[in-house]
Design a protein around this ligand. Sequence first.
Ligand code: FES
Length: 116
Amino acid sequence: MPSNAARIVEHAALGNLPARPGVSFLYDGEPVQGHEGEPIAAALLAAGFRVFRTMPRSGDARGGYCMVGRCADCLVVVDGVPNVPACVTPVASGIAVQTQHGRGEAEWAGFSEPSG
Ligand code: FES
């Protein structure tokens, strides 16, 4: 089970951050604790997860890049819906988040990658 050891609770410039209500959700079947109103990516990073998706052709891991909803490096599957940007989607209690492999199965069912 992941810890919240990476969560920032005391910021160098902002001081102690206020406590917020917690929310529980699943990531690849593992329970994760987040804070109400924070993005899914923030909750996952605080819990120690670094890989949110893998690339369609190479399979390389991605864990977010821009963190403002522009690059698609953080796409995850939320409650069966692929291509959800984890960096700008608020976490919610009870959601099931999964690592997205490739382009997301639901949207691209039947699509095959060109070889080479
Ligand atoms: S990290 Fe770039 S869209 Fe989320």
